[in-house]
Design a binder for this molecule. Sequence first.
Ligand code: AQP
Length: 340
Amino acid sequence: MEKIKNKRILSGIQPTGNLHLGNYLGAIKNWVNLNNDSECLFCIVDLHAITTWPKFDDLNIASREVLAGMIASGVCPKKNTIFIQSHIPEHAELAWIINCVSRIGWLNRMTQFKDKAGKNQEKVSSGLMVYPNLMAADILLYKATHVPTGEDQKQHLELTRDIAHKFNTDVGSEIFPLPEPVIQGPATRVMSLRNGTQKMSKSDISDMTRINLIDCNDTISEKIKKAKTDSGDFPVDKMELEERPEIKNLINIYASISGKNIEQVVENFSSTGFARFKAELTEILINEISPIREVIRELMTESQELDKILDDGSKKASLIAKPVIKEVFDAIGFNKRRDL
Ligand code: AQP
């Protein structure tokens, strides 16, 4: 992970289900490695989660599960500010302003909306359409300078930069920094275990498509055994991977966890084949995930402790958010709010 000094880092995660290997390798593991000199804010984005209208009685538990997953993966709640998006009303306030800055044409180009809405574009919530505006609000509300994410969020970050630039230009003041994406490592886009062209996702209806951080060892083993490959032999050259998405995905996962590069992994297994590769992949996945799973299980029995971390995080986040929304309101020329 590139060292980022004296910057403000913000990243978010939706409480939409169990954290999986994509969330871990594409985002959370990188958060752990961020430079200690930087201030880090991690937001559990429950306002985003309702764009697909999940079962509401699960949202509280799901938020705790995300927090437990983050802590178990090594994100320190004392060093970092971890909080829930809906606890800070300024996210929704700034999102409305951004709805008025961002252009429909820009949103229409967002591929994640097209992927998630599929053929149902007329029937999905308008929240799903303006999801990237809310994400921009999350980032700009803290004047974050860097945003570590998986590859899937790159387009939303480019949009955030466009929004920040337009707002600054419209009000004639450099209020928002243009945030830099931080997309690093060999597993910035972990794909489904059943389809190498689709990203691993919490909301995929098939659990066999992903490795969850709470999966037991037998489940991990079963999922890797059944992970789709193709009829060819183990690749002998990295170039072959471009035509073989499922194999590329498994090799990327292996490389990311083992710390080896893709060429080394290809070389290691080209003479031994898939059976040995899958056995070793299972072993390193179990070694990586089982300690995380055990800590998650333990933390989930301490719900009061988890809620306290989130309450403390919200207080800290609020201290940053309030002055920024005031600056934005002033720049627009809203009548002054006396409580800010
Ligand atoms: N497959 C992935 N590979 C690499 N990184 C990923 N991320 C998500 N999936 C992958 C990164 O994890 C962080 C949190 O993502 P999120 O939960 O906020 O939303 P998402 O990207 O929409 O993730 P899911 O799992 O696909 O959730 P659902 O199914 O609810 O939409 C982000 O940094 C993301 O890049």
